[in-house]
Write a protein that binds this ligand. Structure first.
Ligand SMILES: [Zn+2]
Ligand SMILES: [Zn+2]
Length: 390
């Protein structure tokens, strides 16, 4: 197999594994190999591992693994934070080790030595800011303000009390069982940040995502330019044409240049593939959350809407079974529906969602962005509401 195919395979396998692990549970992948790989990576492999431990070390071994699992998955812990720091630290160290000796180079000025350090430092700052900022904790002192800021829509949010915090639950809030607190405009609990993403820190989280996406793109391009500079400085093209009689065309030269680069700079090539794959993932993740911000929805609410729509559909189907198709929104179910059809059917379902969803919190593009950048609880009017309600 030629070298560039090997690199393509490496990129595809890395991409499949990373996407399956991180995104395989998304509804869009349901019933696809991505979801099967996700199940294997998250539960299947673990089940086999538990069986293996049980067979070799007995109950004591199994109990030890289960207590580690409890600590890692059911309690707030800094494991993923440490992994993030290890990834960013190791990646930057490898970049410095392998590429800084070529900067300044043919295509890059010295500014990238300091620019890259600054870019990583800003990334770390955004990480710490998101990790340690208050996501918008709902407490007895501020619950009345949050109840006022986020009225109930009586569709997916109705008047309730948090059974743990023993305070009313404002609309859009959720009790995080890991952080053991109610969080306003709860999006999700982020393991990487070991913090909830909520009303007050969604803006930092978004800045973290876009910055890390740009950081990966910057890294990929910079390393690419280092390698292009190496090709230029080593006069590889000249040597190939003059001494090896290779045709002076991109088509003829490219495989030899790729071969030389993989031999001489394999670490940088692997690093480029890694950064490109991570940048794609971050772009997808950012796009998903940007869409939520622009429509004033949260990850938590997308699940709630799914439940609501399923519940509505069931209601409609029950009506249809009784011969009363009041809304005309039910679709003809076909038991022989092919897998392909059911896959695309999920997109059709979104059309139904558009019809059914009445997101009262969506106040338009600019208002929604404003609400993320300047959350209610950071505005002067928020505390003024308190003096009014007192
Ligand atoms: Zn609570
Ligand atoms: Zn949490």
């Amino acid at each position: 197999m030629s070298l560039h195919w090997l690199l393509i395979c490496h990129g595809m396998i890395t991409l499949t594994i990373v996407v399956s692990f991180l995104c395989g549970q998304w509804p869009i992948f349901q019933g696809t190999p991505i979801s099967s790989i996700h199940r294997f990576l998250t539960f299947g492999a673990y089940r086999h591992f538990l069986k293996f431990i049980g067979a070799v070390f007995g109950d004591r071994g199994t109990n030890l693994v289960l207590s580690v699992e409890y600590y890692c998955c059911d309690r707030a812990n800094p494991i993923l934070q440490i992994i993030y720091l290890a990834i960013i630290g190791t990646t930057y160290y490898i970049v410095v080790k392998t590429s800084f000796s070529y900067i300044p180079g043919h295509y890059l000025s010295e500014v990238h030595r300091y620019g890259s350090f600054l870019a990583v430092a800003i990334g770390l700052f955004l990480f710490l800011l998101t990790s340690f900022s208050d996501p918008g904790t709902v407490k007895a002192e501020n619950v009345s303000l949050y109840l006022y800021a986020y009225p109930y829509d009586n569709l997916i949010f109705t008047k309730k009390e948090c059974p743990t915090c023993k305070i009313p639950k404002p609309a859009r809030s959720k009790h995080c069982s890991l952080c053991k607190r109610c969080v306003a405009r709860f999006d999700h609990h982020c393991g990487w940040m070991n913090n909830c993403i909520g009303e007050r820190n969604t803006r930092y989280f978004m800045a973290f995502l876009i910055w890390h996406f740009l950081l990966c793109v910057y890294g990929t391009i910079t390393i690419g330019l280092v390698l292009a500079g190496r090709v230029e400085e080593s006069q590889i093209v000249h040597i190939l044409i003059v001494y090896y009689g290779v045709d002076n065309s991109v088509r003829s030269l490219a495989p030899y240049i790729a071969q030389w680069l993989v031999d001489a700079h394999n670490t940088q090539i692997l690093l480029m593939v890694f950064l490109a794959v991570v940048s794609l993932l971050l772009a997808g993740f950012f796009a998903y959350h940007a869409n939520l911000c622009l429509t004033n929805t949260t990850t938590n609410e997308t699940f709630k809407w799914q439940d609501y729509i399923t519940w509505q559909k069931k209601g409609n189907e029950a009506h249809a079974a009784l011969g009363v198709n009041a809304t005309g929104m039910t679709r003809e179910g076909n038991p022989e529906e092919s897998k392909c059809k059911s896959f695309f059917g999920r997109f059709l379902l979104q059309e139904t969602e558009v019809v059914v969803r009445k997101n009262v919190y969506d106040k338009g593009f600019f208002h929604n962005i404003y609400e993320v950048i300047f959350p209610f609880s950071t505005r002067a009017s928020f505390s003024q509401t308190k003096s009014k309600s007192d």
